[in-house]
Design a protein around this ligand. Sequence first.
Ligand code: ZN
Length: 235
Amino acid sequence: MTRISFFFMMASFMSCAQPSPQFETEQLLGKKEISLAGNGCQLLPQAADAFEQMKAAAKKEGIKIKAVSSFRSYQRQRAIWNRKYKANAKAGLSPQKNIQKIIQYSTIPGTSRHHWGTEIDIVDGAIPPEGDVLLTRKFHNSGPYEPLRKWLEAHAQDYGFICAYPDDSERPGFSYEPWHYSYAPLSRPLYKAYLKLDLKEALSDLDMEGSNHLDQAFLMAYRESHVKGINPVLK
Ligand SMILES: [Zn+2]
């Protein structure tokens, strides 16, 4: 083998061994139509396959995993934000308090991990829903979803799913969400790409309720606390 052909062989081997995925900004912000799959949910096809395998395994142990939220577009996140903002404003909250309240659990449109098709909010579908299902107390203290939580904590990682916002007082940003799981093999490279975005520029055309109160300093602080305040296993 000549030195040159050896070089090309090694170069192509290296590029296969270390793929560097490229993501468009629009995809990272939930503004791109992406191919999704899933039975009762919308995830990237590889994540949807893993989710089905996890569901089947849980079913054998009497847990009926059900997705209540998966892929969310920018427009959908914007609608959620606007609904919450209007309700809080009606209840008399100042714009600053309003925003702080929303970002306990909900994201600014364009910053949700749900935009990526790798995230899923899970409950036990065998239990008839009563009111809000995504409440921490329902996953603890003999609540209806406690067996589901314990099963997920023991087994979800075997299928690539990791709790994105675990119960850790050191973790900044969103409150503890025992229901929110992330398909790590795909969300890790998406997260890395997201951190390379210039968030100020990417969100420069925010057109939602209260956006005139989100200045650049706020967005930079939010990036540090809320975007980066995830389970370290997902970084
Ligand atoms: Zn979620």
